[in-house]
Write a protein that binds this ligand. Structure first.
Ligand SMILES: [Zn+2]
Length: 150
């Protein structure tokens, strides 16, 4: 059971890695949600008129590997909901904005975020998320086969 949860945590963490990779390559991408699922994980992206081609997928994979081997840390922080919503709006992420507004309507007063931090301290991808995640992408690197093959 615990093993199962750990696999799920690694897979879900990979969805953040994928989102970071996609945003680095396609800054205009709009993010949906990215949960772990039975067979792995996914993340919804909206590229407007565009869609990912086979070459794009290769580039995304390459970028993901680079992020993983960079041993980025996952850091959690909380933000007052009004501030959080303003931040998401500024980032021009309409789906996240909608999600945050829904949480506000449900009575949440704070939202939790995870930011990925590179070894040199540079803040990378930030996402609205409850977690949990691995502490570092190092854990994904070590378990790569198991994460991808189950
Ligand atoms: Zn997450």
């Amino acid at each position: 059971m615990e093993k199962e949860n750990k696999l799920e945590t690694m897979r879900h963490s990979l969805s953040h890695v994928m989102a970071q990779a996609v945003l680095e390559l396609f800054p205009e991408a709009r993010l949906g949600i990215g949960p772990a699922i039975e067979e792995g994980f996914y993340y919804d992206f909206d590229l407007g008129e565009k869609s990912f081609g086979p070459n794009d997928l290769k580039e995304i994979e390459k970028k993901m590997k680079k992020i993983i081997s960079g041993n980025q840390k996952f850091e959690k922080y909380e933000e007052d909901i009004k501030k959080a919503i303003a931040y998401i709006k500024k980032k021009k992420q309409p789906y996240k904005h909608e999600l945050a507004r829904d949480l506000e309507k449900e009575g949440e007063t704070k939202l939790s975020f995870y930011r990925m931090v590179a070894l040199n301290g540079k803040k990378k991808f930030i996402d609205l998320c409850k977690g949990p995640h691995v502490a570092s992408t190092k854990e994904i690197g070590k378990n790569r086969r198991r994460v991808l093959e189950g």
